[in-house]
Ligand binder design. Structure first.
Ligand SMILES: [Fe+2]
Length: 344
């Protein structure tokens, strides 16, 4: 029985091969998998016996086998990330304003995205992710704050409660533009969900059914927090000279700390945005993020850059701040690298 080999190198080539060899048109192939998009893949050799099949339905089965092999074997490639980066850069360029305050904040988010992409790669490498997994992680980082640009241009604030949820807005923009449609459904879903979950107080419980989604959701949350901690520490170290009210959520610089925020920290909980009253509370909120850190490498980087000490030293030297400091230091010690894993 002779076997035929097909070298598939481009969507055009695939369509031509399939339709000319089996008399099937591309739309017919699509109808075999309604709702699924026929996506381009890299070079692939398929080895099937043509003689096994005769008649129309057999040809359909044959084409379906090939289609399955192409569709299900494909995963995100480097070229996809190149495409996403180019799209993102063009998208961001489309946001401009004569107001220097708006321009400054849009620029801040573009730079934040770049650094989160770098952070996520550090974490991904420390977790020994493979090439494809790194590509997915970088795509999540690239798009995690996509909604920020439209949010700031429309509402002049980064405060979701006074505008709209920037993560959900980002997902809406990604879906509207169909930008991820070149990826297989599973990868597309992970990226969209990880973007959606990145700013929630907690990752939804039902995500535990999908270990991959849970992993990437944790990864982007850590990478995002690392950058915001770095950004505010740089500002505090410079004595707050470049302090941006949008980063401080437009709150007053009064000397007290809110009791509910202190209570959350003393109970190993992240503080809640709704309890934040002044700039001290914002600092405590950022410190409380340590309770939502997931990876040993994130703990190591926070320690390396002394983020906790820097934020602490910008708070007033009161007895309650001292108690918070001691509590956070103890937590940090206990949870850093227990046999190479983060403890609970
Ligand atoms: Fe965000």
């Amino acid at each position: 029985m002779s076997r035929k080999k097909y070298l598939l190198s481009s969507p055009h080539h695939k369509e031509k091969t399939l339709s000319s060899s089996f008399g099937l048109e591309y739309p017919e192939l699509e109808s075999l998998h309604p709702g699924k998009k026929y996506v381009p893949t890299g070079i692939k050799t398929l080895n099937y016996s043509v003689e096994e099949f005769s008649g129309r339905s057999a040809q359909n089965t044959y084409a379906q086998n090939i289609y399955n092999e192409i569709f299900y074997s494909r995963c995100m490639q480097k070229e996809d990330l190149v495409f996403f980066r180019k799209w993102f850069s063009e998208y961001v360029k489309g946001f401009t304003s004569p107001d220097p305050f708006i321009r400054k904040n849009l620029d801040l988010k573009a730079k934040h995205t770049k650094r989160v992409c770098e952070n996520i790669l550090l974490l991904a490498k420390a977790e020994r992710l493979g090439e494809n997994e790194c590509l997915i992680a970088k795509t999540i980082a690239l798009f995690h704050d996509l909604g920020r640009f439209e949010q700031f241009l429309t509402y002049k604030t980064f405060k979701d409660s006074e505008s709209e949820n920037h993560a959900a807005l980002g997902v809406k923009i990604l879906k509207k533009n169909g930008i991820l449609s070149r990826l297989p459904g599973e990868e597309r879903n992970i990226i969209l969900k990880a973007v959606e979950f990145h700013n929630l107080m907690e990752i939804p419980e039902d995500t535990s059914n999908s270990p991959q989604l849970l992993f990437y959701s944790k990864l982007i949350r850590d990478a995002d927090k690392l950058d915001i901690l770095g950004l505010i520490c740089k500002d505090y170290e410079a004595g707050g000279k470049s302090r941006n009210p949008a980063l401080e959520l437009y709150l007053p610089d009064t000397p007290e700390c809110s009791g509910s925020v202190i209570e959350d920290i003393m109970n190993n909980r992240m503080a809640k945005i709704r309890d934040i009253r002044n700039q001290n509370d914002v600092k405590l909120l950022r410190l409380s993020w340590v309770f939502d850190i997931n990876f040993p490498e994130t703990f190591a980087l926070i320690r390396k850059h002394r983020y906790l000490e820097i934020i602490m030293s910008s708070l007033p030297g009161t007895e309650e701040v001292f108690r918070v400091r001691r509590h956070l230091e103890n937590y940090f010690e206990k949870n850093t690298l227990i046999n190479g894993r983060v403890g609970n």
